[in-house]
Design a protein around this ligand. Sequence first.
Ligand code: NDP
Ligand code: HSE
Length: 425
Amino acid sequence: MKPIKVALLGCGTVGTQVVRLLDEQADDLAARVGAPVELAGIAVRRPDRHRDVPKHLLTADAAGLVTSDVDVVVEVIGGIEPVRTLLLDALRGGKSVVSANKALLAESAGELFAAADESGADLYFEAAVAGAIPLLRPLRESLAGDRITRVMGIVNGTTNYILSAMDETGANYGETLEEASRLGYAEADPTADVDGYDAASKAAILASIAFHTRVTAGDVYREGISAVTSADVAAARTLGRTIKLLAICERVDDSVAVRVHPAMIPRSHPLASVNGAFNAVFVEAEAAGQLMFYGQGAGGAPTASAVLGDLVAVARNRVHGGRGPRESAYAALEVRPVGQVETRYHLSLDVADKAGVLASVAAVFAEHNVSIAAVRQEGRTDDASLVIVTHAAPDAALKSTVDKVAGLPAVREVVSVMRVEGEDS
Ligand code: NDP
Ligand code: HSE
């Protein structure tokens, strides 16, 4: 049987595990695909640094490898260029592509799918979102007959690792980030993780598939965790909540809203017990109801598992005929700005403990038509701490309220501002 020849682009945290699994499971993969799956070459930046893979396979000429006689290109380099050009060349040349690259898919999915359609090649990218968790295939295929209304979850392992450590042990932010990088969870530039860009790319991919609408990373409202302080974590703990970086994709009437930001959730919420580099995503669909997906969201071996799953799928299509799903963007829904989305805020203020302070703060909320759900004041000396949790209101109104409250003479400091999710509004 003619082998399926694979070009591997990149051999770092994920790529080395792809090479290992291809080697260790060669016989099983051949049986599952119906033909041997053979590595034809591995492109890296610095071939001399890779001593654990067969030397004759290594090359620094990724463009040459992509245009050589291969059937499938597996890309685990990351970033936009030169990868975008390499994958467009591969797809236009009829080679199926498997990629783990969320940054590229969230920016150029339309262009890549168009190139795949030109030649009839496959484009799969399960590993780009939530590591090992089978999530894109259920959305693209299993739920293709349903109407998805919401996708919400933890989709970045690095930030979840950091927030879990801050919550559990009071660990230092910087040291925990270094540990996440050492364990292979973080991106080559970890600011992509902590500033929320990685999660925003994943949210764009999830929203595009869930709502049959092309959503790019630039459409996603994004806040990372670099501004989350130990005071925020402590405030959440006092209230029986914890802080998670959430990606939330919602269908609102005939539009979609996609956002990534830290949020307080009750400790009783299922996402509160998702710790370390694990990810979990809730999907709500009209007929299916609620579904939950959970597993390892980052790391070499878990991600390689998703890559291999895609490789088997595209290799089977080569051997037996057929094609995987194409881009589905027919609904073309409008993307709604975050200011119009209903959210809830938790606010912790240092205020002077004297008559009229609470009334002056409450007046600002009333002026912006923001309803208060709960208020708690602590302290009887010069300084008091005032904690306010709101009902749901448009995010823009909540932001303006906080800005005006911060400027009140009685308010000494805004200690913590955090959105609240996972509770009745
Ligand atoms: P690494 O930084 O560990 O590896 C990147 C690899 O790409 C290296 O082997 C590097 O070569 C090679 N490379 C870089 N630039 C080029 C180039 N111009 N031409 C050829 N090769 C190049 O990254 P990861 O393995 O962690 O991540 C790879 C991809 O997988 C990214 O898109 C990432 O977002 C995604 N991903 C990662 C996960 C993880 O947990 N790590 C999880 C899910 C997805 P050299 O070694 O010689 O420098
Ligand atoms: N840097 C990413 C994360 C890798 O921490 O989730 C998995 O996509």
